[in-house]
Design a protein around this ligand. Sequence first.
Ligand SMILES: C[S@@+](CC[C@H](N)C(=O)[O-])C[C@H]1O[C@@H](n2cnc3c(N)ncnc32)[C@H](O)[C@@H]1O
Length: 229
Amino acid sequence: MSEPRHRPIRSFVRREGRLTAGQQRALDELYPLYGVDWAPGSGPLDPQGLFERPAPLVLDIGFGDGEALAEIAQAHPERNYLGVEVYRAGTGRLLRRIESEAITNLKVLLADASELLREGLPSASLAGLQLFFPDPWPKKRHHKRRMVQAPWLARVADRLEPGGFLHMATDWAEYAEWMLELSAAEPRLYNPHDGYAADPGDRPGTRFERRGIRKGHEVFDLIVQRIEA
Ligand SMILES: C[S@@+](CC[C@H](N)C(=O)[O-])C[C@H]1O[C@@H](n2cnc3c(N)ncnc32)[C@H](O)[C@@H]1O
């Protein structure tokens, strides 16, 4: 008898309806140019082969409408960036921006980032990982849907190269504490700031950050590193 199949716990809910004709056109025409062809079950990616030239690779999980990711990729031409999202309208917007601003060090992937991290990226393939304003899933019974979990952090530690960084930001104080505690418990991650970072470093302002600030929330940046050994 075959094993019963359990539905995976997702960190997102697909609420998106039909795309507008323009959004669909952006995906149809631009994804083949700037999107990444990967799906669960297709094995690990060759992340460096995606770009015009090899460079340290930073993964951005859940870029939303891509505004902050486009900005940071342009500020760091010495790095390659891979953004992964499940939100198709936001992905279409970022594809348009890559095209109009001729950004050559940024590619996008429409996929579940948890699956990409699990199956699609080799050990020590990332110079950094950014997780800016992940869905906080505030209700206790939904905490299992949060992206940041102990097994996720263990996987991140494996996919980061020695000295690589994990930069998380949230405006949800209780999720920030959760990130702090869980990352402190992962032996391959080290916190050079001894707590939250004093400033966001090179993270540009994001749409969800502005939304949190309008609601009077404090913003927390947590930047940890993969130990060298
Ligand atoms: C609150 S928004 C933040 C967007 C952006 N980083 C910002 O700061 O403006 C969280 C984003 O994460 C995406 N997301 C959630 N779970 C994801 C997953 N497993 N894989 C890829 N994207 C995911 C959602 O679609 C959403 O766009």
